[in-house]
Design a protein around this ligand. Sequence first.
Ligand SMILES: [Zn+2]
Length: 680
Amino acid sequence: MRNKMLNPRIYRVICVLIFAIIIIGIFIIRLCYLQIYQYERWSERSKSNHISKRVLDVKRGVITDRNGMELAISVETYHVYLYTKEVKDLNETAGTLSTILPLTREEIIKKCKNGKYVLLCKNIELNLANKIRQLNIAGINLESHYQRYYPQNTLAANLIGFCGGDQVGLEGLEKLYDKSLKGYPGLAIQEDISISSNKGGDNIKSITPPMGGSNITLTIDAYIQHVLENELQVIAKKYDPLDTTAIVADPYTGEILGMACYPTYDLNNFAKSNPFNIKNRPATDMFEPGSCIKIIAAATALENHKVDSSSRFYCKGYGEIQNPYRKMKCTGHHGLLDINEAVAKSCNAAMMQLSQLVEPEMIYRMYKRFGLGEPTGIEVVSESNGILRPPSKWSAFSPSSLCIGQELTVTSLQVVQAYCAIANGGNLIRPRLIKSITSADGEFRQSFEPEVIRKVVSPQLARKLRSMLRGVVDEGGGGRAALEDYTSGGKTSTAQKPDGKGGYSNTKLVTSFIGMAPAMEPRIVVFVALNEPKGDTRTMFGSRLAAPSFAVIAEKVLKHLKVPPDKNVKSAENGVNSLLEMTAAHGESIDKLNDTSISIQTLATASNTNSLNVPPPAGINIVPNLVGKSMKEAIRTVNSMGLKAIYDGDGIVVKQLPPAGRPFPLSKILRIKLSSAINE
Ligand SMILES: [Zn+2]
């Protein structure tokens, strides 16, 4: 019996062993289950603890001028990170890094105390990043980013705008076209350096590559923009206005070739700039336009056949209307005027009389057709509408006010758009800043075609208006807008600013000039304005302040665009010069020739014509007497005789070469000097 019974001790040992085997078996089965059956799942889970997803920075599109000059670009920069647990000797690593990064050894050590993965330095340049790579320091990670940079600094700043630190457009075209420019960021995984095979280097693997932003080509020409900004600086220095504005547009396409305001700001330093200087003034700032609107008032009367070439106005130094009575000063005592002279002399009296000939609806309709008081639709963030109230809200004075450019507010761009319609034969064209948008890979390109909004006036009437504007420069108050090698037309404005009490300020003015050149077949429309210039208000006229800048800008731009001169001044001058040289070769001094008392003998010798001191025979053309005549009369006489002339100065003819009574010179060119008196 005793033999049949197991020793209880042995029995316990066997039980413990069986129990242990079962437990170990369970462990082994579980281990096999996890290691073999569920290997992939657990492997992935383990890996994911060492991997993080990252959004890859994308290169923002480039903004260039119409000729490809870069105005806004994205530069690749690097952020430097450090895995602190990978660093063997922090003192040594910090010391090495401090020789490359703009940080001291102590600063690096201090940063490393704040965590496992530390951002040491942001936006370092590529060459510094390469130096760090070459050192092959354990634990270092370089992340690439992009930073916006504006290579031309202040050029076209008010148009382009800028991006914030996160590459989001905050102002100007950067804001308006943010969606196109920013592209699509990529996605990547980043391994913990402890499992990365790429120790010490970049350990980011791209899943979805980023798609760069589209590139935008502007209609702006950087050279023209530069000319505008330079000229605005010159007049700002001279007259100390609150601000100045200038625009150059192609009247046929509506393309803005240059659009500037001053003061401006540095795009690479926008955070430190005065918010006042960031505005895109030509599109946002509104003002009462004044006299430049008189051409549209004239168009209203001509279009509706209320005025023609036989119509006459009378100016006694002021204009007046009856019922109710209103009197307004004129810029001079202009006497009897036709419609051309009324515009050329900017006569308020004539315009007030004209306002009584047309119906209020006609004025409103024509002004609306010219796009006044409504946004042009140009590509800017916040364009102002301007104000043109309907006739139902007008007072009895409104028609006369509107005909001299009061009781409405416009933006500079609206004035340019209206004058472009006169320049291009009567079409209102939408002004544009964007020429094309191209995808980052260059495969897709969207170009923008000229957009005619509506027909404003007939080509014949537009031509008539251009010739009236030419009269302003040739014979009226815009003489300072005359170019050397090109004809030009345009209109001065000297508008008092509203004083906020229902009247007008006597000291606060907006002076401007809007014009086109060449006068009859214009290639450009140019606008220049000064807001509240300082100085003697009796001389603060658009003709004195803005017209000379128009001339400087238009002359440079037309030459830059290689527009052939239409005034022949150079060739005419060459003609006279060669005449003078020939004379000098015949023994006469140039000084003597410049005197109007030049003898017939000299000229006759030079031009190899008639003999000396003998009255010219019948049938020979005689130079007319122009001394004492106005420029207008002189031009008429010279043209009627098939001659050409170089005019020097304004006002009344005081000298002429050759003098009256002499035979026509072979060159058929006269040199005429006028007194410097200017009509305003
Ligand atoms: Zn007058």
